[in-house]
Design a protein around this ligand. Structure first.
Ligand SMILES: [Zn+2]
Length: 196
């Protein structure tokens, strides 16, 4: 671990930001749940720059959470075991082009037919490549091609996290379910041999 010139930054710690759902590196130390004192030296939390700034401005990412919930949220597997299924990533999402995208309705009909054929080809390619239904769902959540490599996976993941993160949406938490689905899909796929 090296302490850099930027005050307080600890690069190379290998920690993830403790803000739930944030994939950035946790390079900035903030006071933890247990203040130093009677029971020991206290604990720390680690945040990315954006989140340590939010923390310093009084935003508590863990407000209302129990100790166990906080520890679960800080785990690298956060959101994995406790994921509620209320949000179905494919529900209500029509990946076919929208009518409004086309001036000519016949173009639109042709495009939608192509899109259905593409979907069928994708399913067949997935079956041939040994990609199981859980994998396929994860690919679908991330809108990722089946031949995507690790680099493409990571790029799409950070793009989607940026898109859905409340911090990037003026604190609007309405994308939280989408963000959780993205994190879950990423955690699923990054362990697969194709992305090793
Ligand atoms: Zn963060």
């Amino acid at each position: 671990m090296t302490q850099q010139r930027f005050h307080g930054r600890m690069a190379g710690s290998g920690r993830a930001c403790d803000a739930p759902g944030c994939p950035e590196a946790g390079e900035f130390r903030a006071p933890g749940v247990h203040p130093p004192g009677f029971d020991g030296p206290g604990s720390y939390r680690w945040f990315c720059l954006d989140h340590v700034r939010a923390f310093n401005q009084g935003y508590d990412f863990f407000a209302g959470m129990s100790q166990a919930e906080i520890e679960a949220a800080q785990s690298p597997l956060a959101g994995w075991a406790t994921q509620t299924r209320a949000f179905h990533p494919t529900a209500g999402i029509d990946q076919a082009p929208r009518w409004a995208d086309f001036a000519d309705p016949l173009d639109a009909i042709a495009a939608r037919a192509r899109s259905r054929a593409d979907a069928m080809r994708q399913a067949q390619a997935a079956a041939r490549a040994g990609i199981d239904p859980a994998d396929r769902q994860a690919y679908g959540v991330l809108s990722l091609a089946f031949d995507a490599d690790r680099r493409a996976l990571r790029a799409r993941y950070s793009e989607l996290v940026r898109r859905y993160h409340p911090d990037r949406n003026g604190g609007d938490r309405s994308h939280e379910a989408a963000l959780r689905a993205v994190v879950e899909a990423y955690n699923h796929l990054r362990r697969r041999p194709a992305f090793a």
